[in-house]
Design a protein around this ligand. Structure first.
Ligand code: FAD
Ligand code: MG
Length: 325
């Protein structure tokens, strides 16, 4: 993901920020890039304030401490709620924005992780059901005890918002990397594609492939960054199967979604990880508007046929192409 500069290239501006527990790297070209990236970072920090489950000033906090009463939330939060519910419905509940009580039982997003006691897990699972989230205008209500969290989709939405700000301010060449969620605006200043690498889930310092992209988000969910080893010696990761409350173990170790919308791509990366190989393939075959790369736990790589011209597979990987039936 590097763009070499030449004397004819417009000015390059680069900014880093740590937000949402993630290192974010933004780069943009052009005379407005510097001030615009400043605005983009302000927007990222505002979104963090609105969405963070831990901040008492956030919409998420207001929903999670509403004692069953309706609360008014911002447009951003409503967008995430509605899209989260919609993709929950489309994936048969594989994405569930009300999993937070279970996520904290495992200790994810907290200082210490552990395998939860089965009774505690059962109690927490009884609070999970995204169909209990009701929206009406700017109001949202959840049953007492239910807690929402946007960890599975907020970074994708954030990159959409950043790209929108860049466009509005006449920047037309940029690459935004929000902790591995990559989103490209336009192409490189010389008109060529941005090159984005996809990590090898078994050796994250290596890549399984690179992709040529422009105006596209590339978003990966995997089991190799946020995990812990339990007292039983097994690996437990942060993507949870809402069917049983345990880390989703349906044959996949990473799912990369390539699509125009960061929000949808982020939500799908998590949901299709939960669904597993066969159902993820079926979902893609029945839906339009995105491409994907799957890596299975027995080290097989699959990619959808729309990527054929844009993907370069790394040596040592044999790829299988997924076709529409
Ligand atoms: P993704 O696959 O996109 O998402 C996985 C995350 O979604 C999990 O971590 C969990 O939170 C949730 N999830 C798991 N399974 C499901 C499912 N089936 N359906 C729906 N959701 C699911 N983390 C911290 O440790 N400390 C912080 O202070 C902190 N602050 C944050 C503030 C904000 C505003 C946001 C959006 C996130 C914050 N996080 C924090 C969370 C951290 O960034 C997440 O680990 C991250 O969002 C996970 O993203 P991912 O791309 O790795 O994985
Ligand atoms: Mg996601």
């Amino acid at each position: 993901m590097s763009a070499e500069s030449s004397s004819e290239e417009p000015e390059l501006c680069v900014r880093d920020v740590f937000a949402m527990d993630t290192f974010m790297h933004l780069k943009a070209y052009g005379e407005h890039a510097d001030t615009t990236l400043g605005k983009a970072i302000e927007r990222i920090l505002l979104l963090e304030d609105k969405l963070s489950v831990k901040s008492e000033q956030s919409d998420t906090w207001a929903i999670n401490h509403s004692d069953g009463k309706a609360v008014s939330v911002s447009k951003d939060t409503m967008t995430l709620l509605r899209k989260g519910i919609e993709i929950g419905e489309k994936t048969n509940g594989a994405l569930d924005i009300t999993l937070y009580p279970v996520i904290t039982a495992w200790g994810f997003t907290m200082d210490k992780q552990q395998i939860p006691d089965t009774q505690l897990l059962a109690d927490r699972m009884s609070l999970v059901d995204y169909t209990g989230v009701l929206t009406d205008g700017d109001l949202v209500s959840v049953p007492d005890g239910m807690q929402v969290d946007f960890g599975a989709l907020a970074k994708g939405y954030t990159s959409d918002c950043v790209i929108e700000i860049l466009k509005k301010n006449d920047v037309n060449s940029a690459l935004v990397n929000l902790g591995g969620n990559v989103h490209a605006l336009g192409s490189k200043p010389d008109g060529s594609f941005w090159k984005v690498g996809v990590q090898n889930p078994f050796f994250p310092s290596e890549q399984i492939c690179t992709l040529d992209i422009s105006d596209m988000a590339v978003i990966t969910s995997g089991n190799y960054e946020r995990y812990f080893t339990g007292s039983d010696g097994k690996k437990y990761w942060h993507i949870i199967d809402p069917k049983d409350g345990y880390p989703a173990d349906n044959g996949l170790v990473s799912v990369t979604i390539i699509g125009k919308s960061g929000l949808v791509s982020d939500a799908l990366s998590t949901a299709l990880f939960v669904l597993g190989t066969e159902e993820a393939i079926r979902y893609w075959q029945e839906e339009e508007g995105f491409e994907m790369i799957l890596v299975t736990d027995d080290a097989k790589l699959y990619y959808t046929e729309g990527l054929t011209e844009f993907i370069q597979i790394s040596k040592a990987w044999n790829a299988n192409v997924i076709f529409r039936e």
